[in-house]
Each structure stands twice: as structure tokens, then as C-alpha cells.
Design a protein around this ligand. Structure first.
Ligand code: NCD
Length: 309
């Protein structure tokens, strides 16, 4: 593994190793506080972010490394017309590893060609978000103790939501996952995900229009925000933005051990009253994002705690 662009760049065994390393970091972070001494992470964010960028930066700092980068395209030379490949090539002379987010699908893949240092895709348009997927897998594994034999409901903007696309790909490799897609008909999964993942692997999935009708079956409810920035017109966004709102009433029929996830940011999709419900996992999920990114940075840089004992 050199770069991480698509969640399928990782084998199931590599994912297992990353999750085990993240668990160990959570159990005893002190062991790891020097492993990236003298290493630098560059965060190149051409699109806004809070969790992803800051959790990458916190991850590198907790490993004893340093960080540099920019948090919007306007504050980089891309505003002068520099190509992403040139920016990345230049930065690869200043840093040991790059995390990059870009509004264009495929930009991190293009940038990773001919680059000697590892590049991590921190989100490319409506396409992939592999480190959110690792965060989600760590959350599911810690909350449910397994990654297979689960009924997973994905709710909201399944058309533009890259976290959903990446998580579906990753989960499609585990046994016994039942996928239920909950969205208005305008925001259903893109055809390419249905064809490349569900059809190719012969995975049955259900498509429904309300969360109430499937709530009692779910082990995981993965809520998502309607992705305003990817809509072509504002009127459609306004019409669809409040399609699904999870509140306490809708949870009455849910399992006692349902795990409610959300990559965040939340806009309206989950009532704040749900936050105190023990089934609300989304803030824990955000915290796990830092630990799995620590594990990923270590793995891509080829460092381990043993060298520092
Ligand atoms: C997600 C993203 O950027 O795709 N956020 C995140 O990384 N935690 C989800 C979103 O923006 O809705």
C-alpha cells in the first residue's frame, strides 16, 4: 500500500491490521507519541472541512510529527491557476505524506501519479472518502464487535454522499450485510455503485422511502446530510433538504442496541434531542477518526512503536 485513494485499495487483511493498530493506540497512546518525530504531514484542502482536516492534523501531532498545509483553494496557488499536480509535486518536496481533499472526482488519483510520497484521499467530490470509511469501520467494529452479519440502513443523500459510496464498497466485502437504502427517489444511489458493487457481487439490497418502515430491523442507521454544494440548483436542495429527520419518536421502534452514525457535519437530519440517547454514536465516531488516521499515517510511513522502545 503506497497511496490511499479508494477504499478498495485496502485488502480486508490490511483493514484488520489498521483497526487493530487503532485499538492499540486508543488503549495506550503514549507508546506512539514519538513514532513520527521529524516527519511532516501536509494537508492540502481545496474544499472546506473541519473534522477530516483537524483530525489528520491532530493525528500527526499526537504521533510526534509536524503539519503544514492550507485549508481552502483561495489561500493556495490554485487561485493563481496552478494545476493540482504541480501543487502536489512541489509539496512532495516539503512533506513526507499528503492528505488531500478536492471538489473534483479523481483529483487525488491524478495527483498521486509520479509522486514519491504517500497521498491520502481526504474526499474527492461525490466519489470517495476512504478515511471516513476507515473511521466508520472502526466505529462499527468497536460498537458492534463485528463487521459482518449486520442490517445497515443508509439514509439521506445517497446520490452525492461520498461517505455512503465508500462505505458501501468497503462493507460489500463482509458476509451477511443487508443493505437498506433510505432516500427520496431524487437522491438514490448512482447507477455505477449499483452496477459495480451490488450487481457485480450479487448483493441484494432494498430501497425504501421512509426510515419508519425499516427501523425495527436495523443494527446500524447511517444518517447523512443533503450535499448542498453538489446540487445543480438551489430550489431542488430546498425541496429535499429536510426529507429525513431522525427524532426520538422515530426511535421508539428501534433496537436497543442500534448504532446511529453520521459522518457529520449534521444540518437538520438528527434532532439534538437524540444526542443523549446511548444509541447515538456519531460524536464517538468523530473521535475514532483521529485514531484510525494515526494508524493509517504510521502504516503508510512504515513506522511502528517497536522501533522506539
Ligand atoms: C463528510 C464529507 O466531507 O463528505 N464529512 C466528513 O468528512 N466528516 C460528510 C459531509 O460533508 O456531509
Amino acid at each position: 500500500m503506497k497511496h490511499l485513494i479508494d477504499p478498495m485499495d485496502l485488502t480486508v487483511e490490511e483493514i484488520d491490521r489498521l483497526l487493530a493498530l487503532a485499538d492499540d493506540i486508543i488503549a495506550d497512546g503514549r507508546k506512539y507519541q514519538e513514532v513520527c518525530r521529524y516527519k511532516k504531514l501536509a494537508t492540502l484542502f481545496f474544499e472546506p472541512s473541519t473534522r477530516t482536516r483537524l483530525s489528520f492534523e491532530a493525528a500527526m501531532l499526537e504521533l510526534g510529527g509536524s503539519i503544514l498545509g492550507f485549508s481552502s483553494a483561495d489561500s493556495s496557488s490554485s487561485s493563481k491557476g496552478e494545476s493540482v499536480s504541480d501543487t502536489v509535486r512541489v509539496v512532495s518536496g516539503y512533506a513526507d505524506i499528503i492528505a488531500m481533499r478536492h471538489p473534483k472526482e479523481g483529483a487525488p488519483l491524478a495527483a498521486s501519479r509520479n509522486i514519491e510520497i504517500p497521498i491520502i484521499n481526504a474526499g474527492d467530490g461525490g466519489h470517495n472518502h476512504p478515511t471516513q470509511t476507515l473511521t466508520d469501520l472502526l466505529t462499527i467494529h468497536r460498537e458492534k464487535g463485528r463487521l459482518g452479519n449486520l442490517t445497515v440502513g443508509m439514509c439521506g443523500d445517497l446520490k452525492f454522499g461520498r461517505t455512503v459510496h465508500s462505505l458501501i464498497k468497503a462493507l460489500s466485502r463482509y458476509e451477511g450485510i443487508e443493505f437498506i437504502m433510505i432516500s427520496p427517489k431524487e437522491l438514490t444511489l448512482p447507477e455505477y455503485i449499483v452496477k459495480d458493487v451490488f450487481d457485480k457481487k450479487n448483493i441484494a439490497y432494498r430501497e425504501v422511502r421512509t426510515m419508519e418502515e425499516v427501523m425495527p430491523e436495523l443494527d446500524i442507521l447511517y444518517m447523512t446530510r443533503v450535499q448542498r454544494e453538489r446540487f445543480f440548483n438551489e430550489a431542488d436542495y430546498i425541496r429535499l433538504k429536510d426529507s429525513f429527520i431522525l427524532d426520538e419518536k422515530k426511535l421508539v421502534t428501534a433496537k436497543e442496541d442500534l448504532c446511529i452514525m453520521h459522518p457529520l457535519p449534521r444540518v437538520n437530519e438528527i434532532s439534538v434531542k437524540v444526542d443523549d440517547d446511548p444509541r447515538a454514536c456519531y460524536f464517538r465516531q468523530a473521535r475514532y477518526g483521529k485514531y484510525i488516521r494515526m494508524a493509517l499515517i504510521m502504516t503508510l510511513l512504515g513506522v511502528s512503536a517497536d522501533e522506539y522502545r
